[in-house]
Design a protein around this ligand. Sequence first.
Ligand SMILES: [Zn+2]
Ligand SMILES: [Zn+2]
Length: 292
Amino acid sequence: MNSGEGRASALEEAMEDLIEKKSYCTDVIRAFRAAIIARNRLVERLELDRMEPWKPDEIKFRGGLPIIRQHGLFLEKDPWKEIADAMIPALQEGLPHLRNDLERLRTCLDNGSIDLFDYFKAYADEPETLLGQWAALCDADPLSVGLFLNDAARIILAIRAKEMAPVIEGLLWEKGYCPVCSAFPMLSVIGDKGQRRLHCSLCGHEWRFKRTLCPFCEYEGQAGMTYFYVENEKNESVFACERCGRYLPTINVADALTGFNSDLAAIGLIHLDFIMQEQGFQPMAPCVWNRF
Ligand SMILES: [Zn+2]
Ligand SMILES: [Zn+2]
């Protein structure tokens, strides 16, 4: 067994464990198991061309301008076809109701009527219009097309975030959105000294952030900010801000030792997503598992 296969089976085991311990995750894991494995495998295996040596504008960065708005993180020569060939069947496996939509999307990609890179070329400007056009062209629900594009973005950004991490190490970043890709966090992890780290919902980068501040609206103060706990689960909580109405699932590091996978950790907290959304709060980052 090579190390890639070893990691894939460790991931599968972690998913089985999650289903066993938290049966409410079963449907989400079943739906996304193949996609999670395929995505992680691509992140491990793909070797992207390295970017030209580059340094961010430190003043703009400190002011809150993330890497993706200073420097393109997607390249035309990135392995778009390989990503589509692996991810579309993986999504189809767990989401049979989207199978036909995804098949038509695949046909459009294969026959060249759409070029995946066109979407990523315009990525920093939020290319929602293009997504709508593609959905119409492929006769597919925009949600199906968006699901695939989100996975493709996550794969490339996860690899580039690792490349960019040393470049921004030591630079001051005080924002609640990701310093690499500008997405909001899907998870917060409290370390043993009480420090809080946010985990990006898109590229997986993690960064330190003040515990008393709302990552979404930067509100700071006791009034209107709460950590909700569920009985018997002292290591799991939700940060909620009444000012912006957003919440962020949170775990203590005790639960996050070896083999920590932030997707699985976040999926393990979907019972908290249910509770918070029933109370009218919105997640800081929409993820495939927290849209009810
Ligand atoms: Zn990010
Ligand atoms: Zn807020």
